[in-house]
Each structure stands twice: as C-alpha cells, then as structure tokens.
Design a protein. Structure first.
Length: 335
C-alpha cells in the first residue's frame, strides 16, 4: 500500500499510521447518518423493533446467529478507482462462508417471492425486479423528455446523489419497515432490502415524476413555461428531502445535478435561462449541468447523445487496443 495522505496533506509512511487513518476512514464511511430532528419518530421506531424482537418465536426452532458458530464474515480490503493515496478510496467488504452465501440465496428467494409476488414494491422502483431493467428506467425518462419536445414543452430533471446508500442504512428503520410490509424475516441483503427500505418514499401528486433504480433517485417535470416548472419541482424536492432526513438517508447536494432539457438543433452555451432560480436541498444549492450520466447513459440538455456516443466509442477503442496485441500475435503464428 502506498503512503496515505493525512487530513493536513502530509504523508503517512508508517504502517501504524496508515492503519489508524484507514480505521478512522472506514468508521466514518460506515457510521450512521445523523438522527432526524424528530426524535419522537426515532424512539417510536426503535421501541417497536425492541418490542417485536422480544416476542417469543412463532415456531419451536431456537434462534441461531452466525456469531454463535464462528461464522462471522471476514473483512477484506477493497479499493475503488479513486486515488490510491487517499484513505477514503479504501473500504471493507464482507466475505461470507459457503453456508452464509447459501443462506443469503435462500432468504433472497423467499423475500423476493413475498415482496414482488404480492406487489408490495412501488411501480417507480425499477431496480432488482423481474421484467424491469436499468435501460428501461433510462428510456422512460428519455421518452418523457422527447414527448415534451414534440409538444414544445420543456423538462427539468433533478438527479439526487445518495451517499453510501447500502452502507449507512438505519437498521432499526429497516427492520421496522419490513414488519410494516409483514415480511417474516430479515437479513443484510443490500439491494432487495434497500428497495423495501425506500418503498414508502413520497410520490409527488402535482405531475412531478419519480424515477428509482435502487439508490439512483430522480424527479422530473415537463411544462410549457420554465417559471411554472421550478416551484412545483422545488416543492417535491422539499418533500423528498424531509423523507430522507426522517429515515437517515444522506444526500449530497454538490454531487446532485439539475438539467433543463430544451429542444434545440444547436448546442447552446447557457445551462439555463438567465436569472433562473436554483433548486436547493436544505438550503444547499443543486448545481445546474449541461449533461449528466444517469444509469450509464450520458444525457445532455438537448438529447443529442453526442457526449454519450463519444464516451462509448472511447471505451470501445480502449478495449480494442488491449485486444489488438493478442490478435496480432495470433496472426503472426499462423502459417
């Protein structure tokens, strides 16, 4: 592991110092988000979870935990694509035993049958559902914008950056919601359980559309006038922000984005009309963007898709160049 940067930008070369900074970083990444202002809500949820956990089991089988049999998941270091010298670039991953993985698969199957079989997951959630996919959710947004262009209507979309969605789920709140959905069991299956955790997300009633794919969250609205769209969309943002706070989900306003989609054959320099209002999350501004990568597709404000095509071509050329050496050797070896 290379030398790590300290908060004061000095470098830590000693293994002991590296371990301390990594431990502090991991603790910060996995710590719960701040409690909402409504402490009565927190106490109500946690007391209900304690009450249910103290009830006798409905069957004669004793409760068994992984800890009792020495089956704790082992932790392994994982680094993402961020710089190697930053402690925040490293996070732990759990490596379950074979029995633990088998248990997760069985539980996921049973949990999916209950949540999806009874139609308990809201229609706006496209993540981890049969016959729903990432491209379909992106296509839903693109079709909405394109239909607006045909009718000379403008569309404004706000994309929320949910920080550490799977790592920082409030466990008491998750268990509480599973009981509300009458789910008989619980686990740490991140994707499916996160869908259950966010299943009561507020759905705007003023024409604002909600789009979900796991933790990827977006709101969008079309209208004939930009000045009419913004207050209605801000009202939906405020409602969603209160819900995020209530259930201890952190949203980063700086990494979130707003795009004003407007039909034009020529790419315009201005991001939004002059003197346009700024959307806010808890008084923090959401920056306006010319383009945004949503579910793997780069959307520009005119839906020209030039930036997306350019990025795909660059990636294709990169992988082709990696394969060219192998292809060349094969051709040279042929008689």
């Amino acid at each position: 592991m290379p030398a790590l940067k300290k908060p004061d930008n000095d470098l830590a070369f000693d293994d002991q110092e590296k371990a301390e900074y990594l431990a502090d970083s991991i603790e910060l990444q996995c710590s719960l988000n701040p409690a909402p202002p409504d402490l009565e809500h927190v106490n109500r949820v946690e007391n209900e979870v304690l009450r249910r956990s103290s009830l006798p089991p409905k069957d004669d089988l004793p409760s068994v935990s992984a800890d009792e049999h020495g089956k704790k998941p082992s932790l392994s270091e994982f680094r993402n694509r961020k710089p190697r010298d930053l402690p925040t670039s490293y996070r732990p991953i759990s490596l379950l035993s074979g029995l633990g993985k088998l248990f997760e698969k069985v539980l996921k199957s049973r949990l999916s049958d209950h949540l999806l079989g009874k139609g308990l997951i809201i229609n706006e959630q496209f993540g981890f559902r049969p016959n729903h996919s990432c491209p379909q959710q992106a296509l839903r947004l693109v079709e909405h914008i394109s239909e607006g262009f045909k009718r000379k209507r403008k569309t404004v979309a706000v994309f929320f950056d949910v920080a550490k969605a799977f790592d920082k789920v409030w466990h008491a709140g998750l268990i509480y919601k599973l009981h509300q959905l009458q789910v008989p069991d619980r686990s740490t299956l991140s994707p499916l359980l996160y869908s259950a955790y966010t299943n009561d997300i507020p759905r705007p009633q003023t024409g604002v559309q909600l789009a979900l794919f796991a933790d990827d969250t977006a709101l969008y609205l079309s209208g004939s006038n930009f000045r009419i769209i913004t207050p209605r969309l801000q009202k939906a943002i405020d409602e969603l922000t209160r819900w995020f706070q209530t259930w201890r989900i952190e949203v980063n306003p700086e990494k979130s984005a707003a795009i004003f989609f407007n039909y034009s054959r020529v790419k315009k320099k201005e991001v939004v009309p002059y003197n346009s209002p700024t959307f806010r999350i808890n008084k923090s501004p959401i920056p306006w963007h010319h383009k945004y990568k949503y579910l793997g597709i780069t959307l520009d404000k005119h839906l020209h898709f030039k930036d997306h095509i350019k990025r795909v071509r660059q990636n294709a050329q990169l992988y082709l160049s990696r394969l060219s050496g192998m292809i060349g050797k094969k051709e040279q070896n042929e008689p």
